[in-house]
Design a protein around this ligand. Sequence first.
Ligand SMILES: [Zn+2]
Length: 58
Amino acid sequence: MQPISATQALKDYRCPGCTSIIAPGTAHVVVWRADGVMGESADLAARRHWHSHCWRVA
Ligand SMILES: [Zn+2]
């Protein structure tokens, strides 16, 4: 899990926690598996962007 600052958030993402869009310029977190059996590239492709508050309650 890695925090993304507002200035790093250049695109909009769909948060899987609340299914709403994370607007550009919104600080949030990006989450991925580091232990995937499909390898590192598959792990990177499976990254998910969450609102910080949605990830905390997940
Ligand atoms: Zn959310």
